[in-house]
Design a protein around this ligand. Sequence first.
Ligand code: SAH
Ligand code: SF4
Length: 360
Amino acid sequence: MTPTFDDILRRQDLDKEEIKLLLAAEGAQQERLLRRGLEVKLQHLDNCVHLRGLIEYGNVCEKNCLYCGLRRGNDRVERYCLSDEEVLSCARLAHELGYGSVALQSGERSDPAFIDKIEYLVREIKKINGGSLGITLSLGEQTEETYRRWFEAGAHRYLLRIESSTEELYYRIHPKNGRHDFHRRLACLETLMRLGYQTGTGVMVGLPGQSLDHLADDLLFFKRMDVAMVGLGPYIPHPDTPLYRLRDLVPPAGERMDLTLKMIAVLRMMMPEINMVAATANQTIDPQGREKAIAAGANVIMPNLTPGEYRESYFIYPDKACVKDRPDQCKSCLDIRLAAIGHKILYNAWGDSPAFTKKK
Ligand code: SAH
Ligand code: SF4
């Protein structure tokens, strides 16, 4: 007998056709899918949300990804890099606010001064309150030696989205040259995992030319790689980037939001114990976007700690949510928003992924 939609909803091992069927759900079926994502999360991870205080370290980037406002070729963005003191005071603030972890993110740089500086900053952040802050890095592709140095300095999680697990789509959104190499990105993920990082990856949802086939393959890729964390967010067209030309091929915001939520719910069914980020991009296309992502199965939020004057320069995509909020406002806003959907923030904890801890 062919399984019904509700039979499939009870499974964890899904094949590609089943995943596509779930991703195509609409109306009442979509609601049942999102409820299932929440149910599986509550069974495995409870109603706790972990915070990573986001420090956008700098927007200088050597790459030219066709979708991103920080790309090297965009001369309409004022470039900045935080001082050591600015980074460390963000980290101290994270500790004072009870955020258990910080995430240091920036455009991709591979110059020795950058590599040394990150190593130094990781060590200094580790000195705050006797090493109580967890550190996630999201600093792009680096050599094994660099990843190792940062790990030894005290970083223990790394986020590197594959952006699309389909090589052909990857090259539609990146220039095809030595700097943008699908296989190198894959190799970086493997290196990070081998070195012992809690490794996260992810994709953008709603890219021009992206189909349910691509998205189903992305979910199977996360499962095959057995990653500890995933960050999924809607693609947001940026007018100062080449991919903007294809904006007519991008589904409307409501559809991109729904598809992102369905991706989260299906992935939660497939990988019940991973950490999944409710990306800020969700909130950019829907004021309730982050809460909706949490209610569909995500369990991590990255509130922004970047000093106000730099936030608008970290212009990855337009209309980024919360650029004007102060960190203390952000904290109470999150407490209220999450309580409204029956969740609570777990303060003063690293919030490691049980999927990773058990594997270790
Ligand atoms: N340079 C690092 C980290 C900063 S970019 C890196 O590329 O890994 C962080 C993420 O922003 C990227 O992985 C990408 O998925 C996302 N991003 C970039 N441009 C975007 C856009 N226009 N819409 C939505 N997300 C975008
Ligand atoms: Fe640079 Fe990352 Fe943006 Fe690509 S996605 S241009 S690597 S900041």
